[in-house]
Design a protein around this ligand. Structure first.
Ligand SMILES: [Zn+2]
Length: 118
């Protein structure tokens, strides 16, 4: 990674730059929820961050076992809900993404149909 992606983050980082990079490297810069490859493009790299599996708001520890590489969309979808474990969180995030995709596709199809009629 030629640039330091962690320094681009505007929000205050709950983990230090070094800690964050360690997690991203361990997870090979891939979102552990959706599998987005943070190394595939600059745009992908920009959205990579580190997620607390058990949120800080619920006393989630700043421990590598509780931290995973995560893209911002998955992080937003996951929110601050508490899950039994990473697998349950991942299932929830993937199901939500699928639902969002379906409604986006339905909207997109309606728009395309409308412009075809115009
Ligand atoms: Zn993701």
């Amino acid at each position: 990674m030629p640039f330091n992606i962690m320094t681009l983050s505007r929000v205050d980082m709950p983990v230090s730059q070094a800690e964050g990079l360690k997690i991203l490297e361990r997870d090979q810069y891939c979102c552990r929820y959706c599998g987005l490859d943070g190394k595939a493009s600059f745009e992908n790299a920009l959205v990579m961050s580190v997620d607390f599996v058990v949120p800080r708001a619920h006393k989630g520890k700043k421990d590598p076992a509780n931290l995973v590489a995560c893209c911002r969309p998955c992080n937003t979808i996951k929110g601050t809900k508490v899950y039994k474990n990473f697998e349950e969180a991942r299932k929830f995030v993937l199901a939500q993404r699928e639902e969002l995709r379906r409604s986006w596709e339905a909207q997109h199809a309606r728009r395309a149909a409308k412009s075809a009629l115009a």
